[in-house]
Design a protein around this ligand. Structure first.
Ligand code: GLC
Length: 400
């Protein structure tokens, strides 16, 4: 049984779908069930994979509480504390409803995929039933989350992290309470490949069709740390003779208050830089592989260390030239100068230099794209996920 807070398709949810697909394929006799705290495309796509699904909605009292917006001020911490106290009763009610849902399905194992669900899982999963936490985020630097997870870190039989970097963070923030196992994400190499339809990004963004130019795009949720403004600043610094058009692909996805940019803000930011008409905003796209294929250069611009950075692996699998932020788990995906270029996180100057380098060199883009595909085939084939998770599940079940 899998527990996930969001019903939308952020990276952690995409990763979960890949795990579900891989296990369905490797172990067709297993019965899989997903409980999500909100309805949405995650639930529909899990169901299409043959996974049973149910939606157990979070109370509004805690669905918008979060620490994703970076470091909190003292007043922010106080506000969060007040909201958490106000959420105590709804939290208790949710825990008991979740426990009833788990008992009804009676799984051999419960796998939680998001921070809130790690905590609810620790409280709701009946004693003796193994629980696996799958961490997709850094815990360090989020005081409440860190404390909540540390208090409950004895409960999971295993803790999985989406990169070595997130595993290191978990080891140091949670203390030595059992091993943290890094399992890098993987992608569907058939879907994410260079062959297939491409989205008309200009039409989606309402821009006039343009012929011969280099398309550079950032594909991400609107989390503030995804580096949208760094990307726009970098585009504004490009030499005027470079025929480049930029795209911001994606939208605000999560419910956590104040952690995301709005489309209006980013449009205004681009206009203020004089980029009107040179940057297209497509909104959220479902078929991200078709958006990636339509780009010549895929930029990953996170200003904080990226826990993993699924889009980097997806873009490599699509044979795109990639420029990624040189920090965190993202660094474990690529080899600098071979299958991607790296820039200093948050530095528009460093990013602009890299974009200019690749925009003016189609051969380098081609070489890099090919090397990226090879890396993806070697390391990020999602069939690997079943061979990573199945023995882990079997071990914790037999230990229980
Ligand atoms: C989260 C992380 C991202 C990672 C994804 C899948 O969204 O922020 O870095 O790629 O989970 O693990």
């Amino acid at each position: 049984m899998f527990l996930n807070a969001s019903g939308e398709l952020g990276g952690a949810e995409r990763s979960l779908l890949d795990i579900l697909a891989s296990i369905r394929h490797a172990e067709p006799s297993w019965t899989l069930h997903l409980v999500a705290a909100a309805d949405g495309p995650l639930v529909a796509q899990a169901s299409a994979l043959g996974v049973g699904t149910s939606v157990l909605p979070f109370s509004a009292a805690f669905s918008t509480v979060g620490e994703a917006g970076g470091r909190l001020t003292r007043a922010g911490l106080l506000g969060l504390a007040v909201r958490l106290v106000g959420a105590a009763v709804p939290v208790a009610v949710y825990t008991s409803r979740l426990r009833a849902a788990i008992r009804a399905f009676a799984p051999h194992i419960v796998h939680t995929n998001s921070l809130k669900m790690h905590v609810f899982g620790a409280w709701a999963v009946p004693a003796g039933m193994p629980l696996v936490w799958h961490l997709h985020d850094y815990i360090g630097g989020r005081p409440f989350t860190e404390r909540l997870l540390r208090w409950n870190a004895k409960r999971p039989a295993a803790i999985v992290a989406n990169s070595e970097s997130v595993a290191d963070d978990a080891r140091s923030t949670l203390g030595a309470r059992g091993p943290v196992i890094p399992i890098l994400n993987a992608v569907d190499l058939q879907r994410f490949s260079c062959a297939g339809p491409r989205l008309d990004l200009d039409a989606l963004a309402g821009l006039s069709p343009a012929g011969d130019l280099v398309r550079v795009g950032l594909l991400a949720t609107f989390g503030r740390w995804k580096g949208h403004t760094t990307f726009l600043d970098a585009i504004a610094r490009l030499p005027p003779d470079l025929r480049v058009r930029a795209y911001i692909i994606g939208g605000p996805l999560y419910q956590t208050a104040d952690s995301q940019y709005t489309l209006d803000y980013l449009r205004g930011y681009a206009d203020a830089l004089g980029l009107t008409g040179r940057v297209g905003f497509t909104g959220f796209v479902t078929n991200s592989e078709q958006a990636l294929r339509a780009l010549d250069i895929v930029v990953h611009a996170s200003t904080a260390p990226e826990p993993f950075g699924l889009v980097i692996a997806e873009a490599m699998a699509c044979e795109r030239a990639v420029i990624a932020s040189d920090a965190g788990g993202a660094r474990e995906i690529f080899t600098r100068g071979v299958d991607a270029l790296a820039h200093t996180p948050g530095s528009a100057g460093s990013l602009a230099t890299r974009i200019a380098e690749l925009a003016g060199n189609p051969d380098a883009r081609l070489r890099m794209g090919r090397a990226g595909r090879q890396t993806a085939e070697r390391r990020f084939d999602r069939r690997r996920l079943a061979s990573d998770f199945v023995p882990l599940y079997q071990r914790v079940v037999s230990e229980a």
